[in-house]
Design a protein around this ligand. Structure first.
Ligand SMILES: Nc1ncnc2c1ncn2[C@@H]1O[C@H](COP(=O)(O)OP(=O)(O)O)[C@@H](O)[C@H]1O
Ligand SMILES: O=c1ccn([C@@H]2O[C@H](COP(=O)(O)OP(=O)(O)O)[C@@H](O)[C@H]2O)c(=O)[nH]1
Length: 226
């Protein structure tokens, strides 16, 4: 059976402001698919999600609606990537695990955005990895890997090449605020831990880091059962 890998790409890297990055990610995913990897992709909401979330908050809409707007922004980014990744990609972003499994059954690359409030697209990616029996979850994010503290706030933070789920829980400030779920939201962390899914966190500003991670190379940080 071809190895299944779930790849979550930050919405900060795949969004309408960066058509060149969308194209580069499509090229890398197309190549990996041809190498025999069964891929499922999730795209985050990025700047557009945060613009809608901030506007909704400012105008008085509640947190559920702020999350739902972020979900739709992530789904639009997923549609953008799926459009460029034709014909390999399944054109319609699934709204649920059931729909995702139907899309995966076609043999095409599924590209999802958000699912439901109270989680982030990292949560979507973790749920997909568990349901699809993935051997690896890759998070292509905005930092090089997992650090001893938030590197944007702690200059002394150091990169941790390998860590357990428990160690990850200790270095993440987990938030449930729309637009501010950091790296792995609480659901994502619980799912990867209960099903012992290895997670590799890489710098998504270079799509080739995703290829390196999928191929099993040592890049970024690896989180696995200790
Ligand atoms: N221990 C940590 N190691 C790395 N990043 C961390 C850590 N704690 C918090 N962060 C923050 O998490 C951010 C990445 O999460 P997020 O913004 O959700 O990325 P994405 O756009 O990939 O979803 C980083 O920019 C960093 O500021
Ligand atoms: O299943 C989901 C996925 C996303 N979101 C909302 O959409 C925003 C954008 O998604 P995410 O933060 O994962 O995107 P990224 O960090 O990659 O830009 C999140 O912050 C949440 O507010 C949600 O509520 N449920």
């Amino acid at each position: 059976m071809a190895p299944t890998v779930v790849v979550k790409i930050s919405g900060k890297h795949v969004n309408p402001e960066k058509p060149g990055m969308v194209r580069r990610y499509a090229e890398v995913l197309r190549l990996l698919s041809r190498e025999g990897y069964r891929l499922a992709v999730v795209v985050g909401g990025g700047p557009v999600a945060r613009a809608y979330i901030a506007a909704a908050e400012e105008a008085g809409a509640g947190k559920a609606f702020q999350d739902m707007l972020g979900i739709e922004a992530a789904r639009l980014n997923a549609r953008l990537l799926a459009a460029v990744l034709q014909p390999e990609a399944y054109p319609e972003p699934p709204r649920s695990l059931w729909e995702a499994l139907e899309a995966a059954a076609t043999g095409r690359i599924l590209v999802a955005g958000g699912f439901q409030p109270g989680q982030s697209t990292a949560g979507v990616a973790a749920l997909l990895a568990e349901a699809l029996g993935a051997e690896l979850l890759v998070l292509a994010t905005t930092v090089e890997g997992v650090y001893t503290a938030d590197p944007r706030r702690s200059p002394e933070a150091r990169l941790i090449p390998r860590l357990s789920y428990g160690e990850l829980r200790r270095v993440l400030e987990q938030s449930l605020e729309p637009g501010r779920y950091e790296l792995l939201d609480p659901l994502a962390l619980s799912i990867v831990e209960r099903s012992r899914i290895p997670v590799r966190v890489v710098d998504g500003s270079d799509p080739w880091n995703v290829a390196r991670a999928v191929r099993g190379e040592q890049v970024g940080s690896l989180i696995e059962a200790s």
